[in-house]
Design a binder for this molecule. Structure first.
Ligand code: PLP
Length: 426
């Protein structure tokens, strides 16, 4: 699906208007020690455009209320949440009542793992991968308490891609759910999730996709994927700190959530517990508005919000691809540097613009600190991709240095980062 969309003729859309993009994000204008700040920490959380900040402030100033009340601000809140749900429905290509809001991806995943766990028992199996973030691992592994057997699929150490053969061999007639990441938040590998969904379905198992890392980089289409669940976090794609779950209507209706009695039995609200973060939900709508405007600027001919989101992704993809090429060529030329993940330009369509490296003679923390002093915001450690760092035996060595690019980064920033790394390693 993704590949088809990416390979379709772009023609009518223009390049990303980077000057406009950067003008939307006030945080990008900051400096550190007199140097312009370079935000390479997108995989940990992206910056937000003005309109998201304004939407959050405006909600608190004018409509701050709980839901379901018989007065104007409460009614406005109900309407605003419905609009945000519809916007996320367009972002993921599903109906609004299949969208569940929650504090973050981890919490939503525990909600679904507990509910699915109610139906499972001794001898049932769940298939996970060693490439995944722990938030798509531990919530499922917790079901071992009920006698559920956890089977884990390996990855190829040479390029950090999922071992699809191993994964297929782990899925069988006892499999009740397969959980897989759309893209790795460490090594940047994009997994063939359509094939994983197909394998799960063939075995009569449910599929659960963690699209947290993929969402800022590629189009998500839950209908085309035909997955059962997909989860993402808006703070990774230019929105506020919240999580969003897509669940197929039939599953959201059938599964039994743990919830308080006065809460409704209707979907999707029965999956949303307590009072939600309304101001941030207002920010989600503004975030999708940003995507829409980006797309309409890239291709003024688009005539729906969904089409505009696809156009935005197309423009983003081309810009990120150019940065990937420059970044990898530059990283591989640094003496003593080891890149983990796909480095072959022929296979760049299977990776996103997230890079992890180790450099001889420097711990990841030392590198991140020295870069931080120069205004480059990177990460060190395991970023909760714990199975990956353990398997690659870098956990005891401080993990990796992670450099993450999103569409508001520039080729000039890539060049400056490479220059700074060369200077640091001497
Ligand atoms: C791939 C991936 N999955 C899951 C998570 C957890 O997301 P959240 O912080 O919304 O719980 C993250 C966070 O970094 C992530 O990168």
């Amino acid at each position: 699906m993704l590949v088809a969309e990416r390979n379709s003729p772009p023609s009518t859309s223009t390049a990303l208007d980077l000057a406009w993009v950067r003008s939307q994000f006030p945080a990008l204008a900051q400096t550190v020690n007199g140097q312009p700040a370079v935000f390479l920490d997108g995989p940990g959380g992206t910056q937000v455009p003005h309109r998201v900040i304004h939407a959050i402030a405006d909600y608190l100033a004018r409509n701050n209320a709980n839901t379901g009340g018989a007065y104007s601000t409460s009614r406005n809140t109900d309407r605003m949440i419905a609009d945000a749900r519809a916007a996320m429905g367009d972002f993921l290509n599903c109906d609004a009542d299949e969208i569940v809001f929650g504090p973050n991806m981890t919490t939503l995943t525990y909600a679904i793992s507990r509910a699915r766990g109610r139906e499972l028992g001794r001898g049932d199996e769940i298939v996970l991968t060693l490439l995944d973030h722990d938030a798509n691992f531990s919530p499922w592994k917790a079901l071992e308490e009920k006698g559920v057997v956890i089977r884990t699929a390996k990855f190829h150490e040479a390029d950090c891609t999922l071992d699809m053969q191993d994964l297929a061999s782990k899925i069988g007639k006892r499999t009740k759910l397969v959980a897989v990441g759309y893209a790795s938040n460490a090594v940047g590998t994009i997994n063939n999730v359509a094939e994983v969904v197909r394998l799960a379905r063939q075995a009569g198992a449910l599929s659960y996709i963690d699209a947290v890392h993929y969402a800022p980089h590629g189009t998500i289409d839950v209908r085309a994927l035909d997955c059962d669940f997909l989860v993402c976090s808006t703070y990774k794609f230019f929105g506020p700190h919240l999580g969003v779950l897509y669940g197929k209507r039939e599953h959201l209706k059938r599964l039994r959530p743990y919830k308080v009695r006065p809460n409704t039995d209707n979907i999707p609200n029965c999956w949303e517990w307590g009072t939600l973060n309304h101001e941030c939900i207002a920010g989600i709508k503004a975030c999708v508005d940003y995507w829409e405007e980006l797309g309409r600027r890239a291709n003024p001919a688009v005539n729906t919000r969904r089409a505009a989101i696809l156009a935005a992704h197309e423009a983003i993809h081309r810009h990120e691809r150019t940065m990937i090429e420059k970044m990898i060529a530059g990283l591989l030329a640094i003496p003593g540097l080891k890149l983990y993940g796909i480095g072959d330009p022929q296979r760049f369509k299977n990776r996103c613009a997230t890079f992890v490296v180790r450099i001889e003679g420097n711990t990841p923390l030392e590198l991140a600190t020295k870069l931080g002093e120069r205004g480059f915001f990177t990460w060190d450690g395991n970023y909760y991709a714990l199975n990956l760092t353990e398997q690659l035996d870098v956990e005891r060595l401080g993990g990796f240095l992670r450099i993450g690019l999103v569409h508001y980064n520039t080729m000039e920033e890539v060049e400056r980062l490479l220059g700074a790394l060369r200077e640091i390693v001497g």
